[in-house]
Structure formats: structure tokens, C-alpha cells
Design a binder for this molecule. Structure first.
Ligand code: GDP
Length: 453
């Protein structure tokens, strides 16, 4: 494969920048643009060693740098790799990259280093995807899962299950050739037991997928309520700064205000909406229509009530509108005397949270209520979980094919029918790890990477 080069550090000034070169000619390119002080020549440097020296473009000195050499196959890509660490300026790092490009390297495409690691058999496709998951992780849970996957948790399970399926398939093939022979593996009871075990191992990888998606992508949530119950105060309290206008004049938030808010590991894509109530005011009425639309399209509704006030007609309308949705009731203003009929609220919502937005209290209780509604448990990512739709789809198809095989056995069908669906399941697992996959899928996976990774 050709020799590629890219700046692997972010496109911003920093302490250090790294220019990565990989491929058959990586060491030769490095030799041409780097003059070491403490070793005789770059080409004689063993793998896993560094040299201090000067990066240059012909006679022009560029910067004092450290060169690290990795020798094939003991590198990330599996190829010879040279990494030059220079001062972290954008101009200086681009200058060294240009020198590398002048001396035998080509510009690397997005994700090309990781793609090469995959193509050279250093990692499977799920581990390659995990590299991107690590880069984009926004929470402890996401990072933990990404690390599981990078260490090969999905790969190992897929390989193990694939091996067991192949063993069964070879048993079925033997039975087809010698139907009179006694082959214990294909006895329906043995076969069924084995398939249940394989199914359960695979299913464990997607059981938490939907809740995992919530952790990765966040939950779209709308704060609704009649005017003056404290929606904007709650919104500001959760988002940590004053975005929404808070006044005691009803109808101040006429448009929707959005913010991404983090509650522990939960990310809320939160919208503060106009107070929903009967009004003659045309502009306010428009705001209320928007609020209702947003609420209907949100995954979570946070319905706010004023604890210091008996329920009003507008409150009752709101309860009727949202009680059957994924909604949490928030009884606000607990710092004041409580005159609200909280029992009525409790009876109409799955979760009720009491808080004082003004005093910044209750966000832990709100978080716990959201975790309950979305089934997010603290040990949620204690085991590996598929991290994207491609992985989920491969695993889920394999599980479905195994289910079909079990049904075929239960219905007393011929082993040929079992054979067909188990072979499909095997293909699904090969697709999962990338052992059997089209070039366009590989390209699609790596198109989400950044240049230099
Ligand atoms: P919204 O119209 O529902 O968005 O309500 P606001 O957030 O604008 O609040 C209306 C009024 O209630 C303001 O004067 C707030 O300061 C007040 N308020 C909001 N939350 C609390 C609270 O928890 N305790 C008390 N005492 N007042 C609050």
C-alpha cells in the first residue's frame, strides 16, 4: 500500500502536534525530512524508539522535533509508521506535513490509518468503530463501552459464536452425507440447547442497545406548563446559565429556547416552551401552538406545576394532554407553602418530582426519574453493548436466524431448513466483524472518521 501522511492532532494550536506517516515508504520519507541528533540515521532506528532532531524541508530547518518509529507489523496500522511530534502550531505542523508529501507520502483520507489497521488484520471492524466511539465519547458510560469494544468484546463474542455455529454446520453437513451415522451434535435436543446458548450470548450484546442510544444521542425533552409555574427558571437551573427570560409576567417565553443539558450520564436536548394556556393574544397563541408541537415530538415531557397554587383549568387541560405520554410531573416552588393537589398529579403521572427551581434543588431527583422512565441502570454498560446501527443490525439478524433455526427444530422440520438459517446467522457474524463485507460498507464506516485517525 502507498505511504500516507496527515496531521493527527486537532486543527488548532496546542502544546504538541503529531504528523503521522504510515506505509512501506514511511521510514524513507521520515529519513528525508528528519535529521536526528542522537542516532546515526533514521533508517537504522529499531521499532518503538524515539530520536530528538530537526524536521526540515531540503535545506530549510522547520522545527525541533521528536521522531518515533514503529516497525511493521508492530504498529497501529500494521505498517511501518513514523510519527513526528513538533511544537503544536498549525503552520509548523502543516509545513512538516508538506515536506512529507514532497518526499514520497500522499495525503491520508479520513480514517485511513484505522482503515489500514482493519485491512491489515490488526483489528476487526467493531474495534475500528470503537476507535471513533472513544474519540466521540461524551460520558463515562460511553467511554467504558467504547473501551470494551476496542479491546475486542464484541469481536471475541462474535468469533466464539461463529466458531460454535460452524461446528454445528459441519455436523449437519456430516449428517447430510452420512444420514445413518450417529452424530450427537445434530440430535435436536443437543442442537436446541447449543443454539439457545449462542443466542443468549449474542442477545446480551444488543439487550441494552436502545438505552445506550439514549446515552449516546441524548433525549429530546420539552418543558411544558402554564405560564408562571417556573418553566424558564427550571430550564435555566438545568442548563446552568440564564438563557430563558424569567419574569413574573405571564407569557414571557413566546418562542422555544433550546439547550443541551447534562444530568450525570444523561444528555437532555432540552426545550423551554411558551406557557400553554387559553389566550386571545395572536402571537402568544402561535408560541403555544409551537410548544404543543414540540412537546408532541419530544421523547420526554417535563410537565411543570406550581406547588404554591391550587391546580387551575389550564393545569387540568395540560394533565389530560400529556398524562399518557413519556412524561414526568415536576411540582415546583417547594420552598413556598404547598397548596397544590399533589395526589391528583401523582395519580396521573408515572413519576413526580418535587423541587425548587429557584433554589437549584431537585436535579438529582429529576435525573433518577428520567433513569426510571428510560430504564437506565447504573451498571448499564457493565457489559459490552453494540454501539451503532450497523452492529445492532448484524447481531439482531443473527439472533433472528437462530430463532428461526430453533422454530424449525421445534416444528420437526428437516435439518436442511436449520442449515440454511444457521448459515445466514454465520454470514451475519462475518459481516459484523468485517470478515465478509462489501467495500462500500467499509468506506461508509470510515467516512465518519477524522483525517489523521
Ligand atoms: P414560566 O413562565 O413558567 O417560565 O415561569 P418563570 O420561570 O418565568 O417563573 C415565574 C416566576 O416564578 C418568577 O418570578 C420566578 O422567579 C418564580 N419562580 C420560579 N421557580 C420558583 C421556585 O422554585 N420558587 C419560588 N419561590 N419562585 C419561583
Amino acid at each position: 500500500m502507498s505511504t500516507i501522511a496527515a496531521v493527527s492532532t486537532p486543527n488548532a494550536p496546542g502544546g504538541i502536534a503529531v504528523i503521522r506517516i504510515s506505509g512501506e515508504g514511511a521510514i524513507e520519507t521520515a529519513e528525508k525530512i528528519f535529521r536526528p541528533f542522537n542516532v546515526k540515521s533514521v533508517s537504522e532506528m529499531p521499532g518503538y524508539t524515539c530520536a530528538y532532531g530537526i524536521a526540515h524541508d531540503d535545506d530549510e530547518r522547520i522545527d525541533d522535533c521528536i521522531l518515533t518509529i514503529f516497525r511493521s507489523p508492530h504498529s497501529f496500522t500494521g505498517e511501518d509508521v513514523a510519527e513526528i511530534s513538533c511544537h503544536g502550531g498549525l503552520y509548523v505542523s502543516r509545513k512538516i506535513l508538506r515536506a512529507a508529501l514532497k518526499n514520497g507520502a500522499e495525503n491520508a483520507e479520513a480514517g485511513e490509518f484505522t482503515k489500514r489497521a482493519f485491512l491489515n488484520g490488526k483489528i476487526d471492524l467493531t474495534q475500528a468503530e470503537a476507535v471513533m466511539d472513544i474519540i466521540s465519547a461524551k460520558s463515562e458510560a460511553e467511554l467504558n463501552n467504547a473501551e470494551f469494544l476496542r479491546e475486542g468484546a464484541i469481536f471475541r463474542t462474535a468469533e466464539k459464536c461463529s466458531g460454535r455455529l460452524l461446528y454445528l454446520l459441519s455436523g449437519i453437513a456430516a449428517w447430510t452425507d452420512y444420514p445413518d451415522e450417529d452424530i450427537p451434535e445434530v440430535e435436536p435436543d443437543n442442537l436446541r440447547e447449543e443454539l439457545y446458548e449462542i443466542r443468549s450470548e449474542l442477545y446480551s450484546l444488543i439487550r441494552n442497545y436502545d438505552s445506550g442510544r439514549i446515552i449516546r444521542e441524548g433525549i429530546s425533552a420539552a418543558i411544558v406548563g402554564r405560564p408562571n409555574v417556573g418553566k424558564s427558571t427550571l430550564f435555566n437551573c438545568l442548563s446552568g446559565f440564564e438563557r430563558s427570560i424569567v419574569t413574573d409576567i405571564a407569557g414571557t417565553t413566546r418562542d422555544a429556547v433550546e439547550e443541551t443539558v447534562r444530568l450525570g450520564d444523561i444528555v437532555l436536548r432540552l426545550t423551554d416552551t411558551a406557557g400553554i394556556h387559553e389566550t386571545e393574544d395572536i402571537i402568544e397563541g402561535k408560541g403555544i401552538d409551537i410548544a404543543e408541537k414540540i412537546a408532541q415530538n419530544s421523547e420526554l415531557i417535563i410537565a411543570v406545576f406550581d406547588g404554591n397554587c391550587p391546580l387551575t383549568e389550564d393545569d387540568f387541560d395540560l394533565i389530560n394532554k400529556f398524562k399518557n405520554k413519556n412524561s414526568i410531573a415536576v411540582i415546583n416552588k417547594t420552598d413556598l407553602e404547598q397548596t397544590i393537589d399533589s395526589e391528583y398529579i401523582n395519580n396521573n403521572f408515572i413519576q413526580t418530582v418535587y423541587l425548587s427551581a429557584k433554589d437549584n434543588s431537585g436535579s438529582d431527583e429529576l435525573k433518577a426519574a428520567i433513569e426510571k422512565i428510560f430504564n437506565i441502570s447504573p451498571d448499564f454498560f457493565a457489559s459490552a453493548t453494540a454501539s451503532n446501527e450497523r452492529q445492532r443490525s448484524c447481531i439482531s439478524r443473527a439472533v433472528q436466524n437462530i430463532d428461526s433455526a430453533i422454530s424449525a427444530l421445534d416444528n420437526g422440520e428437516f435439518l436442511d431448513a436449520v442449515n440454511v438459517v444457521l448459515d445466514e446467522a454465520e454470514q451475519n457474524l462475518l459481516e459484523l466483524t468485517g470478515k465478509k463485507i462489501t467495500e462500500s460498507v467499509v468506506d461508509e464506516v470510515f467516512s465518519h472518521f477524522c483525517v489523521g485517525k
